[in-house]
Design a binder for this molecule. Structure first.
Ligand code: SIN
Length: 291
């Protein structure tokens, strides 16, 4: 009807109070004064631009049902169903990131980027905080473009044409001690074993900005390099990226929503809240093959 149409137009044209500010020099931005269930097209376009520019976005005070979380995720692309995380009851799109008070090991407690073992790794992950311990349980993020830029020319030249192999059996497979420790929060161990080869220096598939694309979680080796030399090179790159100047630490509050770009960031979930529960929901978005 006419009045419905008018209301829609007013919604689209309402003044946006949204503010986006850098969280740190190397990675991350904070998006304020916005409800992700009610983004108009301009706000979503601004958010997408900021996501590409900063690699990770943080939204405070969101009140999301699982349906809202899924609907927001679908604005970014098709949902990539993670094979190994336990799924939320009734919502196969949602992976549970959970640690109970009596569990010792957390999920994601080491530097990594999600799904780098896939030919077309997930574009991004959208994590929503439902229960946060009284202190601790922060997540660290690292910016791969800033880390690449800061390399000296000799290293840039040395790695410019290299490729690395990534894999997941050592994390999610039957024999993985880590998987055994995580217990039934991981599933489908028999489906682990994917490997994929990607460039060490990735020109981001959407922006073309160069960043490092190797990570301690899933990178197995440098292709066509003697193993000891390859491992030494990977360690040198990791030591470089692990410098604080490339990081941002997110201190979670319940209702926080984070989205990160797996092609341009690493993350690390701190495991420093023994005896407390931490529960988040994660949805991953499909990506493209990396060249
Ligand atoms: C993850 O690695 O996806 C989990 C991150 C977190 O729990 O903060």
């Amino acid at each position: 009807t006419r009045s419905q149409y008018k209301f829609q137009k007013e919604t689209e044209q309402r003044e946006s109070d949204m503010q986006i500010s850098k969280a740190s020099e190397a990675v991350g931005a904070i998006v304020e004064n916005v409800d992700v269930t009610r983004l108009n097209d301009q706000e979503f376009a601004d958010i997408r631009r900021a996501f590409l520019d900063h690699g990770t976005l943080f939204f405070r005070n969101q009140k999301l049902t699982p349906e809202d979380h899924i609907a927001f995720a679908k604005r970014w692309g098709a949902i990539d169903l993670n094979r190994f995380f336990k799924r939320r009851d009734g919502y196969p799109e949602i992976a549970e990131v959970l640690k109970e008070p009596d569990q010792q090991i957390n999920i994601g407690g080491g530097w990594h980027t999600d799904h780098s073992y896939d030919e077309a790794p997930a574009m991004g992950s959208i994590l929503y905080a439902l229960e946060i311990p009284p202190s601790g349980g922060d997540t660290l993020f690292a910016g791969m473009a800033a880390a690449y830029e800061a390399l000296d020319d000799g290293m840039k030249d040395r790695i410019k044409d290299l490729k690395a192999r990534h894999g997941n059996a050592h994390v999610f497979g039957e024999e993985s001690p880590y998987r055994k420790a995580v217990g039934d929060r991981y599933t489908n161990a028999d489906q682990a074993g994917q490997t994929a080869v990607h460039p060490v220096v990735l020109a981001h598939p959407e922006t073309g900005v160069k960043g490092l694309y190797v990570n301690p979680g899933f990178t197995l080796e440098i292709v066509d390099m003697e193993p000891a030399e390859g491992q030494a090179l990977l360690q040198e790159l990791y030591d470089h990226i692990m410098q604080d100047r490339f990081h941002h630490r997110h201190v979670w509050r319940e209702g926080d929503l984070a989205i990160w770009d797996n092609r341009s960031t690493w993350h690390y979930a701190m495991n420093d809240y023994q005896g407390h529960r931490r529960y988040l929901n994660r949805i991953t978005i499909e990506g493209v093959a990396l060249a």
